[in-house]
Ligand binder design. Structure first.
Ligand code: ZN
Length: 287
């Protein structure tokens, strides 16, 4: 007999009822920190030659100020910002890139497809992009700064040129591999959902190869990151890092998107079944 789950269904949406509130800038690995609010944020990845921002929130002054303050709170200097890597061409991920480039001369990287997409997207909050992308990242490209490598993979669906990233961090002398699924929300059209599904099948094979045991998202409400960051802010030596969830849990997190996509396709009717590639099995129940 199937055991009824004791877990709440994943709402997969922020609690907008409580409004937007800033989260204290939080370092949660030796090289990795979160800056942002409860809805969207960015990651600071420190290297031997300055630091990188991964995503950079909405084009609002308040978001820009939050990032500037976060960088200072982490003990870093704005002049050491060397690059901004952008997961995808929605305004809540590249919004402040322009301003930071003007201030620091940092380089901006994203996929060429989404660079063009962002310039046409009706939801683009900044109108026509002012900034120049210095380099485009393609599938399998490696971004390198100092001692750090960020592996980029194309995982389209949420947007046509969405990138997901993989990189190494450490905590208490142990190394971990972080996976960042670039775009979480399900696209509207059936054809985009079919593309999303292909990425859902592709990415786990890559994360498995790297042995990713940490997952992060620019939207901290989708994976209980707000609560986990709160734990980290009060953690002490020897206590397990709540962001190190292991291979199996990372696979379950990836599977959540696959199942969401299958459900979304099914909701759009029988025709959608034809768009489904050979269906991945749902992961077996935990023993
Ligand atoms: Zn998006």
């Amino acid at each position: 007999m199937a055991v009824k789950t004791w877990r709440k269904p994943n709402p997969h949406k922020p609690n907008f009822g409580h409004g937007e509130y800033a989260v204290p800038a939080t370092r949660f690995f030796d090289q990795l920190s979160f800056i942002g609010n409860n809805i969207v944020g960015c990651f600071v990845l420190e290297t031997s030659e300055g630091f990188i921002l991964i995503d950079c929130m909405e084009p609002y002054d308040a978001h820009r100020d939050l990032i500037v303050k976060g960088i200072a709170d982490l003990g870093l200097e704005l002049k050491d910002l060397k690059a901004i890597l952008i997961t995808h061409g929605h305004g809540d991920h590249y919004g402040t890139a322009d301003w930071f480039r003007d201030q620091t001369g940092c380089k901006i990287y994203m996929s060429e497809v989404d660079y063009k997409f962002a310039q046409q997207d009706k939801r683009n909050r900044t109108g026509v992009l002012k900034w120049e992308v210095y380099d485009f990242l393609d599938d399998g490209d490696i971004f390198e700064l100092g001692d750090t490598k960020v592996y980029a993979f194309k995982t389209p669906g949420h947007s046509p040129g969405c990138l997901s990233f993989i990189f190494r961090v450490s905590d208490e002398g142990r190394e971990h591999w972080v996976e960042m699924w670039g775009g979480s929300g399900l696209p509207y059209s059936m054809s985009d959902k079919a593309v999303y599904m292909e990425s859902c099948i592709k990415f786990p094979k890559i994360t498995e190869r790297f042995g990713c045991d940490v997952e992060i998202s620019s939207h901290p409400f989708i994976d209980k990151s707000l609560e986990r960051l709160e734990i980290v802010r009060d953690i002490f030596d020897g206590v397990a890092n709540p962001f190190v969830i292991g291979r199996e849990a990372c696979a379950r997190f990836e599977d959540m998107f696959t199942q969401m996509c299958i459900a979304g396709l099914k909701r759009q009717g029988e025709e959608a079944d034809k768009l489904l590639p050979p269906q991945p099995e749902r992961l077996p129940a935990r023993k």
